[in-house]
Write a new protein. Structure first.
Length: 572
């Protein structure tokens, strides 16, 4: 990709510098893909059309994008372009959840598949929020290595970056992309109809801004502060599709531009009385469809197999518990019989020696039989543990390598496209200026950006502090107890939990790859330890140490020891 490559978005509607009205307006591709854009305007002013025009131009030039669609209105792009429409609705090409975020990022960045991430169909907003957050996080992480120009488009950005309120972890992730994504090649374009509701840190970081018609006072005041006071009133008089465009790369700071109409179907248009006809949408290659279907089927088979084995394992555990209970009772009876025999030998019982001896032989035989059954079942249980561990490890390797998507057949199959992208990226960083405080719309102090190596937030310890706490009571005893359940050195078990403390959450396959311990023993140890509340396992099979739970258990033990010491002193 040439740094001079440009896309045409419209034409000048008023003189700007030496240019006359009607002159084509072109934006540099590198700056759009890697920069920070903000498009705003009231409903019907043309902001979504502008976003679609930019996207169409980028797709025409061969550059994929990822669009976060909050209203389900961007599927119209499929009338002309091959995009993967992913979300929760049956109308989507595929149905996905947060667990598929990494696969989505891989398709977009490494396989050059343009994607519409449609979050409008999720009934649980937290699921949609997590999906966006994890997808953005994986994009950011992958771009550190790839450094490939790529644009993330976020509709209704004020929902994730509100001016009033923190915005949560998803907002922090988007702010991180806005502040630091450009040096890795990752750009972001936020779209909102209410600039007064958007976090000002995001607006001030933008190096290209599009101001469509705005009429609310709080919104026009933002124009006055960010652009200039002369545009504060003029912005209310802009026509449909017309906007003030503010860019860092032109000699003229602000240009009045008439954007062209997008070519593709307008799925976001206000419904009228005419019959609605959905256009014929493009489908993409069958190869990606087949891969997704095959991967999904394989994962489903493995999940079913794992569930069946887990059920059988539970039955065997229940049988062992029953046999061990019978064995304990038999031993108790045997002990009683021996006591009776001793009593008989002393002459203080009425049973004959033959009766006592017969009962003892019978009980000994029963004990031997029960011990053989327990030993046999325990061997079967160990084999089941090993098999489950192998299947679970293979499942995790599959998830890590493919992050498979749940395929749903629909009208428009999914396809891989052959978009090409360059590895070049701009390393320039902008230095945004703060916006002045406004009495009607005060800014709020926001927390600083989260660093790349983020510390787990459920306790503000570093990794070494977590390891130290593992060696405190009662945690150390619980770990040692779990270590006795596997035929490996206690040191190896400690290496497992200390690895989780420093590098977790981690899956079985990843843990096993770091140490010389058979995977079945890693699985058995962690499964035993997971009976304790401080070790949890998520839906993707990743284990993590809950630091807040560890702290509570340590504090409770310390308080009990203090109380016991006081009682001892009182008794003395």
């Amino acid at each position: 990709m040439s740094d001079r490559e440009r896309i045409t978005i419209g034409e000048l509607s008023a003189p700007a510098g030496d240019d006359e009205p009607g002159e084509p307006v072109r934006l540099p591709v590198v700056d759009v893909l890697t920069g920070r854009g903000f498009v705003t305007g009231k409903s019907g002013s043309g902001k979504s059309n502008t976003a679609s025009v930019v996207i169409e131009e980028l797709l025409d030039a061969g550059y994929p994008v990822l669009i976060v669609d909050t209203d389900g209105e961007y599927y119209g792009l499929k009338e002309e372009y091959e995009l993967l429409h992913a979300g929760a609705d049956e109308e989507c090409d595929i149905q996905i959840g947060p667990a598929h975020a990494e696969r989505i990022a891989t398709l977009a960045l490494e396989e050059n598949v343009p994607i519409i991430l449609d979050v409008s169909g999720y009934l649980d907003e937290d699921v949609a929020d997590e999906l966006l957050r994890e997808t953005a996080r994986h994009l950011f992480t992958k771009e550190k290595k790839l450094k490939k120009p790529f644009l993330l488009v976020v509709e209704e950005v004020h929902e994730y970056l509100p001016q009033k309120g923190g915005g949560g972890e998803t907002g922090k992730m988007l702010i991180k992309i806005g502040k630091r994504g450009r040096k890795h090649g990752l750009g972001i374009m936020g779209i909102s109809q209410r600039p007064a509701d958007v976090k000002k840190d995001f607006i001030t970081q933008a190096n290209w801004l599009v101001w469509h018609r705005l009429t609310w006072d709080n919104d026009t005041k933002v124009v006055g502060r960010v652009v200039d006071s002369e545009y504060q009133e003029a912005v209310a008089d802009l026509g449909d599709g017309e906007a003030f465009v503010q860019t860092d790369w032109t000699e003229v700071d602000v240009r009045r531009i008439q954007f062209r109409r997008k070519r593709t179907f307008d799925a976001g248009a206000t419904p009228g009385l005419d019959d609605f006809e959905r256009p014929e949408l493009k489908s993409v290659s069958d190869s990606l469809m087949d891969d997704l279907a095959e991967l999904t089927e394989e994962e489903e088979q493995r999940s079913t197999e794992l569930a069946d084995m887990q059920q059988e394992l539970d039955k065997k555990r229940a049988k062992i518990d029953q046999l061990e209970s019978e064995l304990e009772k038999a031993r108790d009876v045997s002990n009683a019989a021996r006591q009776l025999a001793n009593a008989f030998s002393r002459g203080d019982a009425t049973m004959t020696a033959e009766d006592v001896e017969a009962r003892l032989v019978a009980k000994d035989d029963r004990i031997e039989e029960l011990e053989e059954q327990v030993e046999s079942l325990q061997a079967t249980l160990d084999e089941a543990h090993e098999h489950i561990a192998e299947v679970e490890a293979e499942n995790q390797r599959l998830r890590e390598s493919t992050a498979t998507l749940d395929f749903v057949s629909g009208e428009s199959p999914v396809v891989q496209t052959s978009f090409a992208g360059s590895d070049s990226a701009s390393n320039d960083e902008d230095h945004p200026q703060p916006i002045a405080e406004d009495a009607d719309n005060p800014t709020t102090t926001e927390p600083s950006e989260t660093p790349d190596e983020e510390v787990e937030t459920n306790q503000s310890w570093d990794s070494q502090e977590t390891v130290d706490r593992l060696h405190s009571e009662p945690i150390v005893s619980e770990i040692e107890a779990a270590a006795t359940q596997v035929p490996v050195d206690s040191d190896d078990c400690w290496r497992i939990v200390e690895t989780l403390a420093t590098d977790g959450p981690m899956a079985i396959a990843e843990i096993e790859s770091r140490m010389d311990v058979p995977v079945q023993y890693v699985w058995t140890f962690l499964s035993t330890l997971r009976e304790q509340p401080f070790l949890t396992r998520d839906g993707n099979g990743a284990y993590r140490l809950e630091r807040d739970v560890i702290e509570r258990e340590i504090e409770a033990t310390a308080e009990q020891e203090s109380l016991d010491e006081l009682l001892r002193r009182f008794e003395n």
